[in-house]
Write a new protein. Structure first.
Length: 169
C-alpha cells in the first residue's frame, strides 16, 4: 500500500565493490523482490570510482525504481533494505568501507523527513555523480523535494567530477 504522504515511486541506489560486484547487484535486486518490493525499472550498471573515502576497489552502481502500487511506508521499506544488505553479508564496522552491497533509499515520492532511523530524501544523493547518473536515466525530471531542482539540473550543476562510465561486462 502506498504511504499516505507519498504520491510517486521510490528510488533505491545499489552499489557494490567487493567480490562479484555484478552478482551482488543482481542479488540485491533479487533480495528486494523477495522482500515483496515491486521493481518497475532499473538503470544500466555504471562503474564508478570511490568518492569521499580511502582508496578501495571501484564500484558498480545502479538505481532501481520501486512501483508506488505496493510500496510499504518509508521506515518499513528501509528495514527491508537493511535486511537484504545483512543477508548479502554487508558489514558496517567502518564508515565508507568497501562493501558487498549498499542499498540506499534516495527518494520516496515527495516525502521529506529526518529521524534517527531515516532521512528523506537521502541527505547526500544530490552531491554524487555515481547516484545522479543512473537516477537521471530513469527519472530525469523528478524534482528533489527539498532543493526544488530536477535530477537533470542537479547533474548539470554538480561539482563532483568523479568518473562514472557505463559498465560493459
Amino acid at each position: 500500500m502506498l504511504h499516505p504522504s507519498s504520491n510517486a515511486n521510490a528510488y533505491i541506489s545499489l552499489g557494490s565493490n567487493l567480490g562479484d560486484r555484478a552478482g551482488n547487484l543482481l542479488m540485491g535486486i533479487q533480495g528486494m523482490l523477495n522482500e515483496g518490493l515491486e521493481i518497475s525499472r532499473v538503470s544500466n550498471v555504471y562503474e564508478t570510482e570511490p568518492v569521499e573515502t580511502f582508496p578501495q576497489p571501484a564500484f558498480l552502481n545502479m538505481v532501481a525504481e520501486l512501483s508506488s502500487r505496493v510500496l510499504p511506508p518509508p521506515e518499513q521499506l528501509m528495514t527491508r533494505l537493511l535486511r537484504v544488505e545483512y543477508a548479502l553479508g554487508r558489514m558496517r564496522e567502518t564508515a565508507m568501507a568497501p562493501r558487498t552491497i549498499d542499498l540506499d533509499l534516495l527518494l520516496y515520492g515527495d516525502d521529506t523527513r529526518s529521524t534517527e532511523f531515516l532521512t528523506l530524501p537521502h541527505p547526500r544523493f544530490h552531491l554524487r555523480r555515481f547516484v545522479l547518473t543512473p537516477l537521471a536515466e530513469l527519472a530525469p525530471r523528478i524534482v528533489h523535494p527539498r532543493l526544488n531542482l530536477t535530477v537533470t539540473d542537479l547533474l548539470k550543476n554538480l561539482e563532483d567530477r568523479s568518473e562514472v562510465k557505463r559498465w560493459q561486462p
